[in-house]
Design a protein. Structure first.
Length: 325
């Protein structure tokens, strides 16, 4: 048989790997409304995709089924972190959804390289799911549009559609009703990663408890401050520093009081402002330049913190390689 004939044409299985990276996010603002009948809270948020990426390599397998493996980048310590490798994993769920809508689905192995802190309020699991949707779409030649992928993403969680989209966006509803924002100017941040996680449901429940104890009603209707979008559009970190808001921050600090000290330390060492990212416990410190962010991250590392300089906005999930094995 001619050596030029492919393995597939000879009837043998030809494995293929599609590698996709997807960004984590910072909530530049996060307003939380009342608990909805479906068990979720209404939110109004400004999402910013930042240059800390999850990476998923999806490899077709001759054996049916979905398998998952996890690797940690050198900047992330996963010791003692329990990440499920079965149907509880969001990337596994994403692959299962794609398998159901793809006519050419095979078995698939997902090898996930994690850089975004686990349970850190930056949407790392959502980025894994977004990357998996895009990788499996390419792997199985599903031919779905970005809009169709975004619809599937919304079934997996509120942050998954944004990780597909990337850039800057306003999120309403439970965060999945996205409107892209014209904000391309670079903003520089330092992320201070904790060596523990916080459960997002626990943080929301704690916020409800604090509001109830104080007799406060959740604000409604919710909207995003237009000044935040203007500061992002203009690339004006000084203005933005005065507008950062996160309704979940007080609940995160109630559960992890040390977060208040982390924010204070960052501001004392040159950050324009600090905020808990999403449900935490990652702290996002706004810097006035990439140079300032680099210097701040270095100083915080010197003081014993796991600090990373990042920037945003960056694009959403993207294929970075597609290889026949």
């Amino acid at each position: 048989m001619s050596p030029g004939i492919s393995a597939a044409s000879r009837g043998r299985f030809a494995a293929r790997t599609v590698r996709v990276r997807a960004p984590g996010k910072v909530n530049v603002s996060l307003n939380v409304g009342p608990l909805r009948p479906d068990g979720y809270h209404s939110v109004a948020s400004v999402y910013l995709a930042v240059s800390l990426y999850e990476e998923v390599a999806a490899t077709s397998t001759e054996e049916p089924g979905i398998t998952v493996s996890i690797n940690a980048a050198s900047t992330l310590d996963l010791d003692g972190v329990d990440i499920p490798l079965d149907e509880r994993n969001l990337a596994y769920k994403a692959a299962a959804i794609m398998r159901d809508v793809s006519e050419k689905a095979t078995g698939v192995h997902l090898d996930i390289t994690k850089r975004v802190p686990v349970a850190g309020g930056m949407g790392g699991g959502s980025a894994d799911a977004a990357a998996t949707l895009l990788a499996c779409d390419a792997l199985w030649d599903s031919g779905l549009s970005r809009e169709e992928l975004a619809h599937l993403a919304a079934e997996l969680g509120a942050d998954v559609p944004f990780s597909l989209l990337g850039g800057t966006a306003v999120g309403l509803g439970v965060g999945d009703e996205l409107s892209p924002a014209l904000a391309k100017a670079q903003m520089d941040w330092v992320l201070v990663c904790a060596d523990y996680g916080l459960s997002t449901p626990d943080v929301f429940r704690t916020l409800d408890m604090l509001r109830n104890a104080e007799g406060l009603e959740a604000p409604e209707p919710l909207e995003v401050d237009a000044k935040i979008l203007q500061a992002l559009r203009n690339g004006d970190p000084d203005s933005l520093s005065k507008l950062l808001v996160n309704d979940l921050q007080r609940a995160s600090i109630e559960l992890a009081p040390g977060l208040r000290d982390t924010i204070g330390l960052g501001e004392a060492n040159g950050a324009l402002a600090g905020i808990v990212s999403g449900s935490g416990p990652t702290v996002a410190l706004l810097a006035d330049s990439s140079l300032a962010a680099g210097e701040l991250a270095e100083e915080l590392r010197h003081l014993g913190h796991n600090a990373l300089a990042v920037h945003g906005p960056v694009p959403g999930a993207r294929i970075i390689s597609d290889t026949l094995l």
